[in-house]
Design a binder for this molecule. Structure first.
Ligand code: HDE
Length: 718
């Protein structure tokens, strides 16, 4: 359970755990200020009790302050230094603890105990993030999400620093600063924040054809997830497993959410950012806090040199994925994220992930992006955390013994005893272990020293096309909409045209829809392709969110708009049906005090309607009495609640009285569709919730939206 700040500022259970671990590397001197049990006396950092924390020491009640007031000076000095540099990318993030349990051994492929000892439980810390926005940006930016996992294994820390998208923009780490500079706000004006809808980004992208596959992913609904809980995670690169004989196997890591995939609509994302910029972190906090922790399966795609040699693309190229139809994802374990942090700064802000944190039995490949990352992460921590001893910070400290002769430096937390600090020595102390120590994979390497990209990295369009044709019509439409939206924010027409020229190598319909949406006078010629695109890659269902939808409402949130006089039995039946799934609900009312139901009981509201727009919910119910409906039908916010729910294709349950509000919100009775369900009484609640399991009634958007025709026509022809 989270600690309530102010009531309990003391050492929490996790902090105590850390103390034990740290003790193994040396002695930890826990400062008194960390231990504020109930009734503790406020002290300075030196442990001196404070008598007055309200007034500085001054000469007379109206006189100047005195330098002698060490408590005041220490307090302000410490406050002045509370900030550390935010991450240069992935600055906005949210971390939680969890546990990984291995279900199937990979002992045949790796010596790593975390991957071979079945039922072994390994503590974890996971940090979710956006990439481009700063620490204070909003959660629903259209952006890739980071999904970084640290496994505190018995053999040392192992990090999978992944994303929610299985490929990346670039093939070589040397282009990373350019990519990020282009994506972040322009240096002169420092806007736009947390978005790619601007000239610099699309300028760079359209001059970098290798990014085209990733562009399809970022323009898809993957970049506007409904929740961290409904996202996949991917290690992206091909890594290597190494077994006891020193033999290697290639591996790609996958995290699959048990709750299935789900995203929001773009117009909804824009509104969520205003209504609740912390939407994702609140969602995760609430789920864990109420005892419904999210679970992911850990899966691997394993393959060998023979597969790698025959695969259409280079397995070292991070702009390519291996379709699950070609190499199935083998589920080997699961992780449950059920632990909230005690302190955001200590854990989420100070956690330091690094791709080179691997354990014996897990290794690297020559992927040029991975090789560059192995340098970058360690390097960046030095700046961010201020010195080489960030591994002593509890969240980064391994939970296994640590013994070496590295010493001193800023903020050293260890206090080693004895005179020996070198090796070899005649005194004793830790020694190498040829049997259990980390062994790099042995590999024959030779070649000329060159700056050259392999020709096997030159196909930039085929998998972009494969991704696009794997989507359902509504997902294809959303990709088209997103491209038109983003490119419409670019002021330079040549940049818009350049993107359409690339799209012509991906899908002609998409290129045409985007060109029409942008009002281009003519279709530009296709961009020259370094390697001719393959037109025959088959669609892969695993790439679609809609095809991977869970088919149930579990873990989702129903918003119930109530008014005075609303039916108590209906609301009771709805809340019971929600709880049985299990899902959650929130009551929204014209006043925060709630509503007086038809049985005379007062139902407390969680949100006043102005603070609880329908964008915060997966489906909504309008449980209104005739008087309530008549009142709300005059209210602009209530009308927005309804028209947004309709526009975002949500399932809407309504009482017959609420039809008036729907009509006044611009939804005529003859427009009511199968996504709208009349709730005549409590008996209808369960069936409505079952329907909500489809998550969105996308047919509504396809039926009415102006740009839908191209994709619909095509899907009917297919
Ligand atoms: Fe990162 N990345 N990255 N990245 N990355 C960082 O490390 C970098 C890349 C990813 O929650 C930084 O501690 C380079 C791919 C995540 O703390 C930095 C390249 C993938 C996080 C860095 C990449 C990622 C980071 C910034 C190109 C998906 C947040 C702060 C070669 C597989 C981790 C930090 C957290 C963070 C460098 C590309 C994922 C600067 C040079 C590909 C999830 O070191």
């Amino acid at each position: 359970m989270p600690k309530v700040i102010g009531k309990d500022t003391g050492a929490t259970s996790r902090a105590v755990e850390y103390e034990t671990q740290l003790g193994q590397g040396g002695e930890l001197h826990q400062t008194a200020s960390d231990t504020g049990e109930e009734g503790a006396v406020l002290t300075t950092q030196q442990g001196v009790a404070v008598a007055d924390d309200q007034n500085t020491l001054r000469v007379g009640p109206r006189g100047p302050a005195l330098l002698e007031d060490f408590h005041f000076r220490e307090k302000i000095f410490h406050f002045d230094h509370e900030r550390i540099p935010e991450r240069v990318v992935h600055a906005r993030g949210y971390g939680v603890h969890g546990t990984f349990t291995l279900k199937e051994s990979l002992a045949e492929f790796t010596t790593a105990k975390v991957l071979s000892e079945v039922d072994e439980k390994t503590p974890m810390f996971v940090r979710f993030s956006t990439v481009a926005g700063n620490k204070g940006s909003s959660d629903l930016a259209r952006d890739v999400r980071g999904f970084a996992a640290k496994f505190y294994t018995k053999e040392g820390n192992w990090d999978i620093v992944g994303n929610n998208i299985p490929v990346f923009f670039i093939q070589d780490a040397i282009k990373f600063p350019d990519l990020i500079h282009a994506a972040k706000p322009a240096p002169d004006r420092e806007f736009p924040q947390a978005q790619t809808a601007h000239d610099n980004f699309w300028d760079f992208i359209t001059l970098t054809p290798e990014s085209m596959h990733m562009v399809m992913w970022i323009m898809s609904d993957r970049t506007i997830p409904r929740s961290f809980r409904f996202m996949e995670g991917f290690g992206v690169h091909t890594f290597r497993l190494i077994n006891a004989e020193g033999k290697g196997a290639y591996v790609k890591f996958h995290f699959k959410p048990r709750l299935g995939l789900q995203s929001v609509a773009w117009n909804e994302a824009l509104k969520i950012n205003g209504a609740d910029p912390d939407f994702h972190r609140r969602d995760l906090w609430d789920a864990i806090d109420m005892g419904s922790p999210p679970i992911w399966d850990l899966g691997v795609q394993l393959f060998d040199d023979e597969f790698a040699d025959n695969f259409e693309f280079d397995i070292l190229d991070a702009t390519k994925l291996i379709p699950e139809e070609q190499v199935p994802v083998r589920i080997i374990g699961e992780f449950v994220l059920d632990g909230l942090v005690d302190n955001f700064f200590a854990e989420t802000e100070q956690v330091a992930f690094c791709t080179q944190n691997v354990v014996p039995g897990v290794g690297f490949t020559n992927d040029p992006l991975l090789q560059g990352r192995n340098f970058s992460y360690l390097d960046t921590q030095l700046k961010r955390l201020g010195g080489p001893n960030f591994t002593h910070i509890p969240i980064n400290a391994p939970r296994c013994p640590v013994h070496n002769f590295q010493q001193d430096g800023h903020m050293n937390m260890r206090n080693p005893k004895g005179r020996v600090n070198y090796e070899p020595n005649s005194w004793g102390g830790p020694r190498e272990s040829p049997t259990t120590g980390y062994r790099h994979f042995e590999e024959e390497v030779n070649g000329r020293k060159i700056q050259e990209r392999s020709g096997t990295f030159s196909d930039h369009y085929s998998q972009a096309r494969q991704f696009f044709i794997s989507q359902t019509p509504i997902e294809q439409k959303h990709i088209g909409d997103a491209l038109v939206f983003e490119l419409s924010k670019c002021e330079r027409i040549d940049i818009r045209e350049r993107m359409v020229a690339h799209l012509r190598n991906i899908d002609e319909r998409l290129a045409t829809v985007v060109a029409t949406g942008l009002g281009l006078a003519a279709l530009p010629d296709p961009a020259p392709a370094a390697s001719p695109p393959l037109a025959d890659l088959p669609p892969s269902d695993a790439l679609s969110i809609v095809k991977r939808a869970p088919g149930g409402f579990a873990g989702r949130k129903l918003g119930i708009l109530v008014s005075d006089g609303a039916s108590a039995t209906l609301i009771k039946a709805l809340t019971k049906a929600v709880k049985d799934l299990p899902a959650v609900h929130e009551i929204i009312a014209p006043r925060i005090a709630g509503a007086v139901l038809d049985d005379g009981a007062i139902l407390e509201a969680k949100q006043k309607i102005d603070g609880g727009p329908s964008v915060l919910y997966d489906a909504v119910v309008l449980a209104l009495s005739p008087e309530g409906a008549a009142m709300l039908a005059k209210d602009k916010t209530a009308k927005d609640f309804v028209s947004d729910a309709f526009a975002h294709c949500k399932f809407i349950g309504y009482t017959s009285a609420a039809e008036l509000l729907l009509n006044k919100a611009g939804i005529a009775s003859d427009e009511f569709d199968e996504g709208m369900v009349l709730l005549e009484g409590p008996k209808d609640a369960a069936a409505f919730l079952a329907l909500c399991g489809q998550l969105r009634h996308w047919a509504r958007e396809l039926a009415v939206d102006l740009d839908a025709e191209a994709f619909l026509a095509d899907s009917q022809a297919d």
